[in-house]
Write a protein that binds this ligand. Sequence first.
Ligand SMILES: [Zn+2]
Length: 506
Amino acid sequence: MAPGSLSALTMAAETTAQELVEEGIQPQRAHERMRQALLSEIKRLEQDEGLDRQGAIQAIFPGVVLEQDTLEVLVTSLISGSNVLVLGPPGSGKTTLARAVWDLFPKERFAVADCPVHDDPFSLIDPNFAAQVPPCPYCRANHGNVDIGELDAFDPNQIDPADVPVRQIRLREGFGFARVQGSPEVFPDNLTGTVNLARLEEVGDPTSPLVLEPGKILQAHRGMLLVDEIGKLPRGTQNVLLQALQEATCSPAKSRETFPADVVAITTSNYADLGNITEPLNDRVSNVHTPFPTTSLANRRIIDQSLNGQHGTVHIPGPYRDGAVRLVMRWRDRIEGGRDLSEVGSNRTLLDIVRRTESYAMMAGDPIADPEDFHRGARDAMMGRIRARSGDGFEENRSLVERFVEEHWAKAGKDGAVDYWCRFFQDDLNGDEKKGRKVARALRETQDQDLDEIQRRLRQDGDPDLRTFGQYVQRMENVDRADTARILPGIADALDAFDAFEATKA
Ligand SMILES: [Zn+2]
């Protein structure tokens, strides 16, 4: 273990800055912690798990389905010490990505024991660090040997580290992490916090932690600030954020004192609001674009990652999952969605189509979904994502989406079923038509067989044609052999219903 790392310490919960110095601990700003965490995690994945650079970058964001380029730009931006603006259409995974960055952020820190904004002890004792991240007024008054009237006279060289009480903290919501949902109602005070004047009169000490009501920026001090839909913030609020990112300080409303604000900021915006972000603020953040995945396989991964491990009573056969992908991709290609319709083609809709297909099958008491379940599921999911500001607009959008679903669901379902079958036909059968016919026959036979019989055929000494397909299903849908036996008839139904087997006939 490296000297100076937190886990090497066996310090008591309460200690002093003197001990940190003796342990060789170095002060680190939030961005440096982030950089170090990313670099060491990538190195670990490469060395211990044998992953290459690309694989390691994918692996540090489990559950995030985005193109490799996007993740690389994000990682290099963070390593370079930048704040980030994640840009993409609604439902493209912006917030999920921002949350994933917080999951990576190292949470264990040392803080001045009684500080209302959990200051870094080095802000009190290290002149270089104090110049970048000054201690809060409370720490200056209580541990800085200066009077309330002359807080500016604080000099870290004059402080004895043995006099600075320290405790270990774990960053969490409100203490090193804060989230702001952008809207016109978020005022500067929400970010800066405020000084409670009634309390001030009562307590008499402007530096007392009782007097301060910390806003989102101070709550995020030493950790991460997540600002969703930053373009929806009023200009004044954006300016407060700009100051914090430029100077690492923040002044609460009604207070003349400045507080430290050392944060990594991850912000998000859709393209429509991009023009509302002030230029100086936009200049302070690195842009990371999160477009929808362009290949059907990448879109399919979004569904699989979300459904993995969620075994309901009904299994949605892979061909319908591919059908949902095809339908949503058609929408994205064809429809110029204004704001009211931009959610209709989102990743959320993609998942919703699959879940609602499942719901219709469950309501009908069927163990397996059928094409009509898919049709209704797609219709409900896409209609459910229409946003509108007027009744007329809503009716117009409704009929547009309804016409789209009626016109395209069957074709998309067929394309999905063909994708499903052809992927197997090419990858596992190398395009051998004769084998294709044999597997299709073996698969259709499952429609009239009971579970025991299908299970017997999947065994080592069973039916080699059905086994080959069973292995493909296990791989694609991440299920074991017992589940495979259960879902094969449903897959055969779906492929038959959409004539997918015909696609590989000469
Ligand atoms: Zn403090």
